[in-house]
Design a protein around this ligand. Structure first.
Ligand SMILES: [Zn+2]
Ligand SMILES: [Zn+2]
Length: 322
């Protein structure tokens, strides 16, 4: 089933002509639980990975202040929470898993990273694929504060040419334990859709931003919620609006290798839409549809953005939580 964003209530450039020419195309990924294959774009699905390439790993030391869970236990919890009726055994199993394993069981690294997303170029037009590549893979370490990991091995992007993967790895290694189960995506198939975005007010000239804020006060339509940046998981487009940060100097968006200012590459939002952005709910979705299909949460309900170096997208990604 496709997913279709309803037309915007009005075109922001018709109210603020200065916005004309500032629109960008973003690809909403519309992840929904499913069983993707290595040959499809996915969130939390299997990656097209060559057998002759070592799996991505992280050898940082990790604190594990709470009980540990295995990846299988995380899947069991989710399966059980989705059931309407619980048996006595289910209650016992959930209690046991939630107590967790002794943190001292955590061995020293390297720990295999887990697949977060895989995007074929055909599904995300406009994403800056390096020459001769058509597949982007995102992996991270399920132990860490992802947002502090710009340039670290705990968050890795792989750009590939699918055709080069002659022998596909069958079963990917998994970490023995995970520290942050909110970093494990539910396997999702994608329903990519291109939408038009205007910049969030923090990316606009302050005078224009002030006029938009005043207009919003007297309008039934929110610029931030309905007219500018799409919510949810997406590729490209404009930076997500700030939630808790009140400013973002360009310095924090600079490439660690060459200092170029990064461009929005991927956005992993805590929800596909919320009360403020409900007008972006696809027409195919029921009012009570789940807004958190991936079950990935960064921080407590923030948006994680990956920025790519415009000089060379292979430079380490810049990660920002906002
Ligand atoms: Zn790690
Ligand atoms: Zn760079």
């Amino acid at each position: 089933m496709t997913r279709t964003t309803p037309p915007r209530p009005l075109d922001a450039a018709s109210v603020f002509p200065e916005l004309a020419g500032m629109s960008r195309t973003a690809t909403r990924l519309h992840p929904r639980p499913g069983a993707p294959t290595v040959h499809e774009s996915s969130v939390g699905g299997p990656l097209l990975w060559p057998t002759d390439e070592p799996w991505a790993s992280c050898s940082q030391e990790h604190d594990a202040p709470f009980g540990l869970k295995t990846p299988d236990e995380v899947r069991t919890l989710r399966r059980t929470y989705a059931q309407d009726i619980w048996t006595t055994e289910d209650h016992a199993e959930v209690s046991r898993i939630n107590i967790g394993h002794d943190p001292s069981l955590l061995t020293e690294g390297p720990h295999p990273l887990i697949p977060v997303a895989q995007l074929y170029a055909r599904d995300v037009p406009g994403l800056p694929f390096p020459e001769d590549t058509d597949l982007l893979q995102v992996l991270w370490c399920p132990f860490i504060d992802i947002e502090d990991q710009s340039g670290s091995e705990a968050v890795q992007l792989r750009w590939r040419r699918a055709e080069d993967v002659a022998q596909v790895l069958g079963a990917a290694p998994e970490p023995a334990y995970v520290g942050t189960e909110e970093l494990i995506p539910v396997p999702c198939v994608l329903h990519p859709e291109q939408v038009r975005e205007y910049p969030a007010t923090h990316d606009l000239d302050p005078t224009l931003a002030t006029r938009i804020n005043r207009w919003e006060e007297d309008s039934d339509t929110g610029y931030r919620g309905a007219l500018s940046v799409a919510p949810g998981w997406k590729a490209g487009g404009w930076a997500a609006p700030f939630t808790f940060r009140d400013s973002g100097g360009p310095d924090e968006l600079r490439c660690a290798r060459c200092s170029a200012v990064g461009e929005p590459l991927l956005t992993f939002d805590y929800a596909e839409w919320d009360a403020e952005s409900h007008s972006w709910r696809p027409v195919e979705e029921a009012h009570d549809a789940s807004t958190t299909p991936t079950q990935v949460t960064v921080g407590s309900g923030y948006t994680l953005q990956f920025y790519a170096c415009p000089v060379d997208p292979r430079h380490p990604p810049i990660t920002v939580m906002q």
